[in-house]
Design a protein around this ligand. Sequence first.
Ligand SMILES: *Cc1c(COP(=O)(O)O)cnc(C)c1O
Length: 223
Amino acid sequence: MKAAEGTPAHLAEIRARITQAAQDCDRSVVDITLVCVSKTFPAADIIPVLEAGERVFAENKVQEAMEKWPELKRLYPDVELHLIGPLQTNKAREAVEFFDVIETVDRPKIAAALAKEIARCGRHPKLYVQVNTGAEPQKAGVLPQEADAFIASCRKDHGLEISGLMCIPPFNEQASPHFALLSEIAKRNNIATLSMGMSADFELAIQQGATHVRVGTAIFGKR
Ligand SMILES: *Cc1c(COP(=O)(O)O)cnc(C)c1O
């Protein structure tokens, strides 16, 4: 990927690092999607990144996304918007109506709510299951040992298509075992999409099979 004229410096660097990481492990760079995490940043900071050609963005709050993105989506209609923050059942309708990918499916109640809203409004956002690979009590996501059963239940009981898995490794721990665990769970459940790796570790995630890396700080700066 060649940096367009006027590409924000951080973005050009991230693209180059993704290309290098893919080359280093004999993967094709087209199989890796940069998800630009724009949470907390205003439209004025997002527009240069859109202008530079990025089209895949993520927000962690339904409300914030619905305030910021309608106007941006009008200007850049081919944007793909991901939800990467915890989802409450009372926001399921808005999430289905507004997002293209929901990365945080993690419990039966939310699966049921999403199934209902998908049937109601006929929009089919892609759905990823979030796995709490570090089994951290405060963190969202299904526990690793419960992931297979939950994915099966999403598919069988709720008729949901689960196309990806997402994880956020524990802060201050080696990320590698967590990426490996997510990849194993994906393989045995026939899931092709792996959303893993953030600003600090996206190259490692690419080495371990990430198809989507979620990068915020390294593009937009400190929140
Ligand atoms: C904020 C966030 C990111 C981006 O993290 P950075 O370290 O800023 O790159 C990625 N994934 C999730 C789920 C997030 O909430």
